[in-house]
Design a protein around this ligand. Structure first.
Ligand SMILES: C[S@@+](CC[C@H](N)C(=O)[O-])C[C@H]1O[C@@H](n2cnc3c(N)ncnc32)[C@H](O)[C@@H]1O
Length: 274
């Protein structure tokens, strides 16, 4: 079977399974099997070997079952990093890259900044900040020990210069700071919202997705860990940005600001401790 025929076969299978991107996903999967870039596939001549075709078809079958593309590939890009991902961790989303952008903006001018990331997951936020601010000192907590195994693996693989320490525990997990910045992307899907969402989400850890009131819990805890004038940065569902902003003001945060993600949705809320 040629590359072109394999891609067409995969696209038909994914279209039947109602996958959202049936043309593109087979390219990712075949490129992964062949160890090439997606852009190189269309000029690649020759036939697939039998083991290559078997591996490719096995990956397509996983995608047909609506397993997320990132888990099937086993890795996913986040800012300048490629992170290992599997069902122990939430797949880092593009909107979270905007959260990192906001953190970097707030840390500009702060020398050797101290940062606390609450809910590390794959380590995406903590490792991206450590990558882009090599002078940073970062602590990242998570209640999920299995998520932290993935974060530690990503830490070993990513050659980041900033110092990162992962800690198992709830919210601050006993860390006292004071920190220049606390960041968190807490779980924020309401339990009754899950049914209407894409089946891919059912593969992700429930404790990383389902949450109500977590933003307030994080904002309260952060008051004990931030230095005066230190910043709290939260990722939110766009429909809740305003109400989370109100929560921050009620808790006494000043300079509360809502920032859009790259798709123009209100996804990042931040404020400063008095
Ligand atoms: C939405 S995921 C975010 C993962 C990662 N920071 C990202 O942005 O891709 C939320 C993470 O918070 C963790 N978590 C949930 N409640 C927590 C708590 N009370 N304290 C610390 N971590 C918590 C979950 O285990 C999960 O890994």
């Amino acid at each position: 079977m040629t590359v072109r025929e394999a891609l067409a076969e995969g696209a038909v299978a994914l279209e039947r399974a109602e996958c959202p991107s049936p043309e593109v996903d087979p390219e990712w999967l075949l490129a992964h099997v062949l160890g090439r870039r997606r852009s190189e596939l269309h000029t690649a001549g020759g036939e697939l070997t039998a083991p290559e075709l078997d591996r490719y078809r096995a990956l397509v079958a996983r995608r047909v079952s609506r397993e997320p593309l990132a888990y099937v590939l086993g890795e996913w890009g986040f800012r300048r990093l490629t992170l290992v991902v599997d069902p122990r961790v939430l797949i880092p989303r593009p909107e979270t890259e905007s959260v990192v952008e906001r953190c970097l903006g707030l840390l500009r001018g702060v020398e050797a900044p101290t940062v606390l990331d609450i809910g590390a997951g794959s380590g995406a936020i903590a490792l991206a900040i450590a990558d882009e601010r090599p002078d940073a000192w970062i602590v990242a907590t998570d209640v999920s020990a299995s998520a932290l195994e993935v974060a530690e693996e990503n830490h070993r693989r990513a050659a980041v210069n900033g110092l990162v320490r992962f800690v198992h525990g709830d919210l601050l997990a006993g860390e006292r700071g004071p920190f220049d910045l606390v960041v968190s992307n807490p779980p924020y899907v309401a339990p009754d919202e899950l049914d209407g969402l894409e089946p891919e989400l059912l593969h992700e850890p429930r404790e990383a997705l389902i949450g109500e009131g977590d933003h307030e819990a994080v904002a309260r805890a952060a008051l004990d860990a931030l230095r005066p004038g230190g910043a709290l940065v939260l990722e939110v569902a766009d429909v809740r940005a305003r109400s989370v902003g109100d929560v921050l003001r009620r808790l006494g945060y000043k300079d509360v600001l809502i920032t859009d993600d790259l798709a123009g949705r209100e996804r990042v809320v931040d404020g400063r401790r008095q």
